[in-house]
Design a protein around this ligand. Structure first.
Ligand SMILES: Nc1nc2c(ncn2[C@@H]2O[C@H](COP(=O)(O)OP(=O)(O)OP(=O)(O)O)[C@@H](O)[C@H]2O)c(=O)[nH]1
Length: 793
């Protein structure tokens, strides 16, 4: 009964949060354990199914059989049958991939090489390079200045792969994502719509904190990956340590498909362990690949040893190779490649490539591996819910002739209006075509379709199934599903992490107010992790986001792009409030001020839900003492109270309310009276229920040279951090700790000072936990004083 109440409540919360301009998120932070959600009533059902959204099911023909087994329209079935081989051929040469990794691993540098080698750009420019041009994919001025990626950028290219003397052209749609955790939503939405990924690692640092976050995100969306160990030219490069860490820390079987020829400065190429050939780059930018049968003497033994390891690892995850292995037969290169492809696509394995993007070495074999081992759109299962068939699950088939289904996964304001990035899952999207937004049921004409090349675009008349494009003039929220109107399909949206930090903001000059609002609206539409609200008491505009850097970047963008200088308050932690004891209530609202009065009586109890997650409302009224209509008003009152807790005005978490009785007056009762009565009962019961303030705890990873370990541990101890693990490497140590966000303000400058600028840290929200009692007292006292001051005014 309670669970049903919670589900109902969540469904209504989804509905009420739909404001049409944003990706919908659940009612509160408590939903963050839910792995994804979507904008409709079907949300709960979909979120249960989300983990199984994209099981890689093998070949296109298997998919077709499956699709036919679960018939949609008869016409659709016929089309599928007739077109399979033609479409399968087209799709087999399409790859939609993302590049994701820890900060500074070389994603943008590697992407720059990919674009150069595929002929998309004429010359290479470095991230923070001396020519001051900057890499193609970091198109924002701020990205080029800071040398970090802030927004993901999409591009496409054609890679001509040569195998056995035959050229095959592959069409690759590619998204370069930011590494910094503050911009993690960019990774989420890219992985939601991509079929495969390249996970880049640094050859010296191996698996780092953000690699683990990216790993979790890839798992969340079942995205197969190849791994590329970059920076092989660096001193201390050790690709096999990184391979071991992928196996150990990420717990995904991995094996190197190459060994390096030469180390550090002398890194010249790689040995391909499948064909046992040496691959070198020649030309001023490594543009010419030279393959030699002869493997240099100094790496022959290593190559043979690592080839054995590779075959053993693949045999562990693939039956065909396992059988050959047992029969003591050596698999052929073709058998090995097919097995690696099967195992990678079914998420059992990641093949590891290595090279140096900056030194222009061994990037092309990584591109070959994208084509060889990552799935084409027909090898990934994508599901939708069919609203016209009781939300039954349907498989989307990426064939051009089928009715159109697309997902808007990212919005961007451009000089020409709103640009909506869309993944076409089924059918063809044509310029001038009418599409239907499944959430709003509105029809909209698509005036322009473009393919994005970072900040440039190329207009196209149509785009086929399995591809990625951007459209103009389509007003929607990110996560909206579009169809051609003949289907009632909805796809699940992406996971949106909860904001943990906020600050007050206002323009320095009142003349800038209009631009300020414009910028706020735009940033909110584009980024679901950036939120804006006006505090009803202080009337201040509050922005919230994923971290200090996230909010700083928006303040800076406001200045550069909208010429609005802003004043900001101190960053504030997004605290939560909860109660720890059960409290019964019997509350009556009764007002008689001449004319019609107000009357509502509510009875029941409030208690902690047991886990710090979604709030729950339940009604157990028997005998009709409160009508359905008024009970719904009670629920609204409960939800409003949860938005603004009695202690500090922060959101309430892990609290349940049950109404089991009450009374109604013939003339004086109204929905408003029941809503207010519930809110009053809530406040009283909550305050009596030993309330507590919760603070966000952050998973923090710090890396610095070994000599600074003592300093860092001292700083963390002072901040009451819980150190969970420390790894000591040859030069650097990595420390894993849980820290309260509150204690981490100003930590970056302190870390810089304590490590001569050589320390790095990343922080990611972990969970809410009770704040120390002294801090709770101080916060409550401060809040009460601020309220009293406000009343005096
Ligand atoms: N030695 C060496 N340095 C590299 C290599 N690849 C990239 N770098 C350097 O590493 C730094 C970071 O490179 P980026 O390409 O910006 O890394 P990123 O992963 O895109 O960075 P974020 O998006 O900000 O996380 C730059 O200074 C690059 O020049 C490499 O192969 N070898």
């Amino acid at each position: 009964m309670r669970a049903q109440g919670a589900l109902r409540q969540q469904l209504r919360a989804f509905g009420s949060l739909l404001n049409g301009s944003r990706c919908v998120r659940p009612m509160a932070a408590e939903m963050q354990k839910c792995s994804a959600w979507q904008p409709f009533g079907a949300a709960i059902k979909a979120s249960r199914n989300v983990e199984s959204r994209r099981h890689q099911s093998g070949t296109a023909s298997a998919m077709l059989e499956a699709a036919a087994a679960e018939p949609q329209a008869l016409a659709q079935e016929t089309i599928i049958k007739n077109l399979s081989s033609e479409e399968a051929q087209r799709l087999s040469k399409v790859r939609n991939i993302g590049i994701a990794a820890h900060i500074d691993s070389g994603k943008t540098t590697a992407t720059e090489r990919v674009l150069f080698y595929t002929g998309r750009i004429k010359s290479i420019h470095e991230v923070r390079g001396k020519d001051a041009v900057g890499a193609k994919m970091d198109s924002m001025e701020l990205e080029r200045e800071k040398g970090i990626t802030i927004q993901s950028a999409a591009t496409f290219c054609d890679w001509v792969k040569n195998e056995d003397g035959k050229d095959e052209t592959y069409h690759i749609n590619l998204i370069d994502t930011p590494g910094h955790i503050d911009f993690t939503i960019e990774v989420e939405r890219a992985l939601r719509v991509l079929d495969g990924a390249v996970m880049i690692l640094c050859a010296v640092s191996g698996v780092q904190s953000q690699t683990m976050t990216v790993d979790r995100q890839m798992r969340r969306y079942n995205v197969p990956r190849i791994s590329f160990i970059n920076k092989m030219d660096r001193m201390g490069a050790n690709p096999f340590k990184a391979v071991e860490q992928i196996n150990q820390k990420l717990k995904i079987p991995a094996a190197a498909l190459q060994v390096p020829i030469g180390t550090e400065d002398d890194f010249r190429g790689v040995v391909d362990l499948i064909h046992m050939k040496a691959i070198y780059n020649e030309g001023s930018k490594g543009e010419t690949i030279v393959v030699k049968d002869e493997i240099p003497e100094e790496v022959r033994a290593l190559a043979e040893e690592k080839r054995r390891v590779m075959i053993e690892t693949v045999a562990d995850v693939d039956e065909e190779i396992a059988e050959l292995f047992l029969d003591e037969q050596m698999p052929t290169p073709e058998q090995l490649k097919a097995a690696i492809r099967r195992a990678t696509i079914s998420l059992k394995f990641t093949p590891v490539l290595m090279g140096s993007a900056l030194a222009d070495t061994a990037v092309q074999p990584m591109l070959d591996a994208v084509c060889d081992y990552l799935p084409n759109p027909s090898e990934v299962e994508n599901l939708a819910l069919d609203a016209r068939r009781q939300e039954a699950q349907v498989k989307l088939v990426p064939y051009n002739e089928l009715p159109f289904v697309g997902l808007a996964f990212k919005l961007e304001e451009s000089n020409y209006g709103q640009l909506t990035y869309m993944r076409v899952y089924q059918g063809t999207l044509r310029k001038g075509m009418n599409v239907f937004n499944a959430r709003t049921d509105k029809k909209v004409k698509v005036p322009r379709i473009v393919r994005m090349h970072s900040n440039e675009m190329e207009e196209i008349p149509e785009i086929g199934a399995g591809e990625i494009c951007a459209v103009f003039g389509v007003d929607c929220a990110s996560g909206d599903t579009f169809t051609d109107g003949t289907l009632g399909y909805t796809m699940s949206s992406m996971f949106v992490p909860e904001a943990v930090i906020s600050l007050s903001i206002k323009p320095k000059h009142s003349k800038d107010t209009a631009n300020f609002s414009k910028a706020m609206n735009r940033f909110q539409r584009e980024d679901p992790t950036f939120r804006v609200h006006v505090d009803p008491e202080s009337q201040e505009t509050i922005i919230s986001g994923m971290g200090e850097l996230h909010l700083d970047i928006y303040v800076e963008r406001m200045r550069r792009e909208y010429r609005v200088d802003c004043e900001t308050g101190q960053p504030q932690v997004a605290y939560r409030e909860t109660m720890t004891a059960r409290v019964p209530f019997d509350h009556t609202l009764k007002k008689q001020t001449g004319g019609a009065g107000d009357y509502a009586r509510v009875m029941g109890w409030m208690e902690p839900t047991g886990a710090l997650e979604a709030n729950q409302f339940e009604q157990q009224v028997v005998g009709g003492s409160i009508s359905e209509k008024f009970l719904f008003a009670c629920e609204k009152g409960f939800m409003a109270s949860c938005e603004k807790g009695p202690l500090l005005g922060h959101r309430v978490l892990g609290t349940s309310m049950v109404i089991n009785d009450g009374a109604t007056h013939m003339t004086d009762s109204s929905e408003m009276a029941f809503k207010i009565a519930t809110q009053q009962a809530f406040r009283k019961a909550f305050n009596e229920g030993r309330p507590q303030i919760l603070e966000p705890l952050m998973k923090t990873t710090i890396t610095a040279p070994n000599e600074f370990q003592g300093n860092i541990v001292g700083i963390l101890n002072k901040r009451n951090a819980v150190i969970n693990d420390t790894e000591i490497g040859v030069d650097d140590f990595t420390l894993y700790a849980d820290c309260s966000l509150n204690s981490m303000f100003g930590f970056s400058s302190m870390l810089r000072a304590a490590t001569q600028g050589k320390g790095e840290f990343t922080m990611e929200f972990s969970h809410y936990a009770p704040a120390p009692p002294q801090l709770q007292k101080e916060l409550i006292a401060k809040h009460q004083k601020a309220q009293a001051d406000r009343h005096k005014k």
